[in-house]
Design a protein around this ligand. Structure first.
Ligand SMILES: NC(=O)c1ccc[n+]([C@@H]2O[C@H](COP(=O)([O-])OP(=O)(O)OC[C@H]3O[C@@H](n4cnc5c(N)ncnc54)[C@H](OP(=O)(O)O)[C@@H]3O)[C@@H](O)[C@H]2O)c1
Length: 395
């Protein structure tokens, strides 16, 4: 069989075509998503002994697809040796073929894919945390063969069961951001009942799950968003208070004058007072960070004494500048966090299977519109998550 059409599930389960359609990024066209992400026909990848080929029913859009297309801050072609890059770190699908060592999964299983890959053989993988493996990589970003294709190649340990109550697009939409938020709040910051948690970007991919996790943990989530049309969404997900960041000029800009720094600090203090109105006068025990340069100085300042700032990203810039006196004199902690290990992904997935955590799928696009969906994300014109329908026959 040479190829299969889009939006179909072949009746010959497990029979693998030679070629597949994929959204391909090439070094020579790195740039904005509309330029860099192009539909091409490429060979279906070969499997190693511990790998699984999955028929991709739907894929989820993440910011790392924007970074991959742009080649910034680092080109993906410095991370792997493949001649082209297939992005995509979220998918739902059907196990189509398994490597000869795979025992936990069989052809026909319906699955969701988590995006952490590691060697599986080192002491870190086997007794500590696969995120500490020296070969740890994010599938579909630091590796090729991601989810924006008819088939994807993954390690067997990357699979979790698809929640049966969810459609394919919803099932493809939560893994990367939800499992990341789970590790940040449950694993790294160890949020406790009654904690106040300041959640930047609360209506975005990470934020929608941070709010739901806080609610389950009995913590109060203070949601920060940039427009009132996001208030209803974040409240419905459990936010106990909402702040519109556009009403406060706390954002850090490189090369500020002393007068600008003073203005920013005054506005940050005003923001702190607004937060305390929502928390019975208390500063946040935990700040959920992923915005980076613009918000980080405020995050360090606003966090309470002995509090924690947990950070996994830097949408507005990774070169952070902040007044460190607020960190050491008030004995705060900064915790780096990155995706999740397979155990955390499995535990977090159980909460979706049982219906306690729900995906927030804002829009679904057709396979051919994958670049457009990434463009919307780059321009911050979305809420919640964006999905891509690939082999699923109907929306
Ligand atoms: N390390 C990891 O494992 C990991 C995993 C997932 C994501 N990330 C990173 O985390 C970041 C966020 O991911 P995401 O999926 O949540 O993205 P997203 O869906 O775009 O949401 C981010 C939210 O941040 C807010 N935001 C954007 N620019 C801002 C600014 N200058 N100041 C304050 N808020 C701003 C926006 O909300 P408002 O405009 O409403 O405020 C936006 O909705 C990305 O950089 C991503 O690469 C890292």
């Amino acid at each position: 069989m040479k190829s299969i059409p889009l939006h179909t599930v072949p009746t010959t389960l497990g029979e693998t075509p030679e070629m597949m359609q994929a959204i391909v990024i090439r070094k020579e066209r790195e740039g904005e998503p509309m330029k860099s992400m192009v539909v091409e026909e490429v060979p279906v990848p070969e499997l190693g002994p511990n790998e699984v080929l999955v028929l991709v029913m739907a894929a989820g859009v993440n910011f790392n697809g924007v970074w991959a297309g742009q080649g910034k801050p680092v080109s993906v072609f410095r991370m792997h040796k493949e001649p082209y890059h297939i992005a995509g770190s979220d998918a739902s699908g059907i196990v189509w073929k398994v490597g000869k060592e795979v025992r936990r999964w069989k052809v026909g299983d319906e699955v969701v894919i988590h995006c952490n890959q590691s060697c599986g053989q080192c002491p870190e993988c086997n007794g500590y945390d696969p995120m500490a493996c020296s070969e740890q990589k994010i599938w579909g970003y630091e590796t090729s063969w991601g989810s924006f294709a008819q088939f994807t190649k993954v390690q067997a340990q990357q699979l979790v069961h698809k929640p049966t109550q969810l459609g394919w697009e919803e099932a493809a939409s939560y893994g990367l951001t939800y499992f990341t938020a789970y590790r940040m709040l449950v694993g790294r910051a160890q949020v406790k009942p009654g904690d106040n948690v300041l959640v930047w970007g609360a209506a975005g991919g990470l934020g929608i799950f941070a709010l739901q996790i806080c609610k389950i943990l009995g913590a109060n989530a203070i949601a920060v968003v940039s427009s009132p049309d996001k208030y209803d969404l974040v409240k419905s997900l459990g936010a106990t208070g909402v702040i519109n960041r556009k009403e406060f000029a706390f954002g850090f800009k490189p090369n500020e004058t002393p007068a600008e720094t003073k203005k920013r600090m005054d506005e940050t203090k005003r923001l702190g007072a607004e937060i305390r109105k929502l928390t019975d006068g208390r500063d946040p025990d935990v700040v959920f960070e992923h915005v980076g340069q613009e918000t980080f100085p405020a995050s360090v300042f606003l966090c309470k004494r002995f509090g924690k700032i947990v950070i996994c990203g830097a949408t507005s810039g990774f070169d952070l500048s902040f007044d460190v006196r607020y960190l050491w004199m008030r004995q705060k902690e900064i915790l780096g966090s990155h995706f999740a290990n397979a155990y955390q992904a499995e535990r977090a997935n159980e909460l979706v299977v049982s219906g306690k955590i729900k995906p927030v799928l804002d829009q679904v696009f057709d396979f051919a519109e994958t670049a457009h969906a990434h463009q919307l994300m780059m321009e911050n014109k979305h809420k919640g998550k964006l999905g891509i329908r690939i082999q699923a026959p109907n929306p």
